[in-house]
Every structure is written in C-alpha cells, then in structure tokens.
Design a protein around this ligand. Structure first.
Ligand SMILES: C[S@@+](CC[C@H](N)C(=O)[O-])C[C@H]1O[C@@H](n2cnc3c(N)ncnc32)[C@H](O)[C@@H]1O
Length: 196
C-alpha cells in the first residue's frame, strides 16, 4: 500500500499507525522509560513508540522526537501528520519535535541537554554509519544510570537481520563500550545502562 493510501485509510479510521516493533518490545520500552524526565527518540515514523514513551515518562518530563521526515512528491510528509496527531492524543509531559537527523540533532541540543538525558530509544538510520553517528554523538550526552534502547540490534528467528548495519555495529562496537552494560534484551531490542 502506498503512503498516501495508508494516510487516507488512517484519516477514515480504517488503518492504524504503523510500527515494526513487537508488543514485547513496546512493553520493554515503556518499562525503561517509566518516570524518566529527559527523553529522546531517534526515528519516530507514525509515533507508535513515541506514544508509549510519552505515556510512561514523568509528567514534568520532555521527550525530543527526532526524525528528518523527508517530503514526498506532494512536498508534504504524511508520516509527520500522522505522528503529530497520534502523539497529541497522549496527555502527559511535553514533546519537542525536532525535524533533523539524529546526529545533527545531537549537535543542536548538546549545550541544552548534554549530560542530562536519561532515556534514548534509537530506531532511525539502521545502517552501520547511521547507528555509529547516533551512538557517537548521543551516548556521551546520557546521564550516569541513564538508558539507551536500540531497535533492530539483534537478529531473531522471526526477524532475521544478521546483515543489518545496526546489528553488526551493536555487536562489534556498542556491546564492547565499557561505559555501558546490557541490562535487557527483548526480541530485536537491546537495552543498555550507562555505568555510574
Ligand atoms: C523504523 S521507523 C521508526 C519507527 C518508530 N520508532 C516506531 O516503531 O513507532 C524509522 C524512522 O527513522 C527515520 N530516520 C531515518 N534516518 C534517520 C536519521 N538519520 N535520524 C533520525 N531519524 C531517521 C525515518 O524517517 C523513519 O521515520
């Protein structure tokens, strides 16, 4: 189905917003985002996981929802329209929409929130270079004890993605980062905590 057809069906209430996460992954994301105050999501699409994070975070928290949302032939991003509407339905905390790539947003937000971030969900560019850019720029901005959750970081029988750059970078680099330890693994999700 084309993006515009999906948008039309969504407007009519005949299609749901899309996500590639499993129910167990979404439950794990909610668990780890619970009560956090400075949260980041890299890769928002229709906002399904943003809604879960927003519902779980502290009522005085802020989530930075980061996605470049490239425009299509009609010069609009229907994904962005869907995400804004879906995420606005969750009455908790505050959302800052950042229409940039993850690594660009890190440079922009460094002085504002660097060292204070207590939860990041990375689900943007799944290439080796893409995840490398997000990890190198965002992992130093996390507070001690803070969480980074990575989607598509482990291959599973139902989602065989051994060749994905995000799986290879996670296994080769992130899991060997001495500043972090793995605290949870759910389907293709790896959850790490920054050492104190
Ligand atoms: C798999 S979807 C995210 C799905 C969402 N987290 C969910 O499950 O509800 C990936 C999204 O990442 C965005 N994206 C691609 N490259 C990116 C980058 N370098 N930085 C941030 N987002 C990026 C795409 O525009 C797309 O919306």
């Amino acid at each position: 189905m084309s993006n515009h057809m999906h948008y039309l069906l969504w407007r009519l209430g005949l299609a749901k917003p899309e996500t590639q996460t499993t129910t167990d992954e979404r439950n794990a994301i909610s668990r780890h985002a619970l009560g956090k105050k400075c949260l980041v999501e890299i890769g928002v699409w229709h906002g399904v996981t943003t809604c879960r994070i927003r519902a779980a975070m502290a009522s005085d928290g802020v989530i930075y929802a980061i996605d470049p949302y490239p425009v299509g032939r009609l010069r609009i991003s229907v994904q962005l329209l869907i995400a804004h509407r879906e995420v606005s339905r969750i009455a908790n905390g505050h959302v800052e929409w950042i229409r940039m790539k993850g690594d660009e947003a890190a440079h922009d937000l460094k002085t504002q929130i660097g060292g204070n971030v207590d939860f990041i969900f990375i689900d943007g560019d799944h290439s080796w270079e893409g995840l490398s850019g997000d990890w190198e720029n965002w992992s130093p901005m996390v507070a001690p004890g803070g969480i980074i959750a990575l989607h598509d970081s482990i291959s599973t029988p139902t989602r065989p993605i051994d060749d994905a750059g995000s799986v290879r970078y996670t296994q080769a680099v992130i899991r060997n980062d001495k500043q972090y330890r793995v605290i949870d693994e759910v389907d293709s999700l790896t959850v790490l905590q920054k050492r104190t």
